[in-house]
Design a binder for this molecule. Sequence first.
Ligand code: G4P
Length: 534
Amino acid sequence: MLDQNTNRPELPSEIARRRTFAIISHPDAGKTTLTEKFLLFGGAIQMAGQVRAKGEARRTRSDFMQMEKDRGISVSASAMSFDFAKYRYNLVDTPGHSDFSEDTYRTLTAVDAAIMVIDGAKGVESQTRKLFEVCRLRDLPILTFCNKMDRESRDTFDIIDEIQQNLAIDVTPASWPIGVGSDFLGCYDLINDRLELMDRADRNKRGESVVLNGLDDPLMEKHIPAAQLEQLREEVAMARELLPALDPQSVLEGHLSPIWFGSAINSFGVKELMEGIAAYAPQPQILRAESRQVAPEESKVTGFVFKVQANMDPKHRDRVAFVRLASGHFERGMKLLHVRSKKQMAVANPVLFLAADREVTEEAWAGDIIGIPNHGQLRIGDALTEGEALRFTGIPSFAPELLQACRAGDPLKAKHLDKALLQFAEEGAAKVFKPAFGSGFVVGVVGQLQFEVLASRIEMEYGLPVRFEPSQFTSARWVQGSQAAVDAFAAANKQHMATDSDGDPVFMTRLQWDIDRVARDYPDVKLTATKEML
Ligand code: G4P
């Protein structure tokens, strides 16, 4: 049998019920609040506020986390799983701050869809736009949630129009708001012909839901004042005429985004959004690999590491590699081939992230995100399989835009600094370059804030005070070409050469002129700003 939405063979039910997604938004739009409500409805937490409360408890443990709190940003991404109705939702959290875009990009390689949360008063903001562009590169289906409708917000048509113009994607309303600000009553659910009323009295309770026989159902008059009802009917008629219909295939192809209106803090619109994710976000997708594509229904387990987080628990000094399972049915204790090292790995304690807690899991399916505690063997981009030498493609490493020299505050401890920096490089938190000449390291990041985070983490996790200082270089490029060409190039440009944490050759300079010169004088080598992680 073929799946109607995807024209693919029907997936085993355990896989078909999975939805793996991320939330993209500008800071303050309501991502945390929405996540909390997802978990609340998913039964993963008993009371909204726990995610934050647990976060607080965690944060007080360290300066680094303190810094995260002070700045109101979320530095580290994590994954959460919860069930709702018959579906399993895997939510991969993305750091919201633009300085962490590389991490975010990689996170988006592990999901099948994105939920774009916008603030109804502010519309599409800068960070939303950037993240949206990343989703577009991967043709990810995008569902939109317009939040904070309990406050004064923009006209509904204006919001939809802004998204369409600004992001060049078609938008179709899945629900339609009734009134704004203090007059906001709820939404008309255009998919299910239901009237959803917001309960302002209890923020954690869903409001009343009234099943209707279309917009002309006389029951409407019982719930909505005449003037608002007339406006609703007019607007919906206009929307149906002017805006595209909700075509599931267009959503899956990333051309059309259904939009729900709601108020996360009031738990309003959240359930409809969850139902929407189940209905319109895709099942686990086919993933690209070398030398073939990997389909989720394949019986053998495969997966790839998209994030490594070290020292999640300061007491244990462990690292957790976040693995997106691409295919198969994984069972605890399974031996998997770690393709890069060609070694077998027994995965004895895989972790599933239920809300804010980590729990050892007995099994997982294609689409799930599992955490594998390890001592540094697993790196971003690594593949795990039941024997096949696969390599998942499209997990990029970007050339850093900012470079600084890193020095230990205490010269006697300089050796320990090597270890700390290499670990952060493996985690993907920074690029670390060892120049061919001179001592010390040059550290490269995408955003300035990452230097502060690194300094703070090195001090906290390794007890090493460090200084970041201006480096003589401002750009780094990977050098690619045949071994002989790269060797000849390196010999002639020694003062510019360094190696990255994988030992790959890197050309460093202050001048764009130098980069242009290489292109002109060395046709056999190529300087690149991205490297695919192996
Ligand atoms: P973020 O993760 O996207 O940065 O946003 P977050 O959920 O932290 O929400 C940002 C602010 O917006 C919070 O207020 C939150 O309570 C508020 N908020 C979220 N959803 C809604 C909504 O539907 N309506 C209204 N009116 N506000 C909403 P805060 O004052 O910054 O934090 P807090 O003191 O409430 O925790």
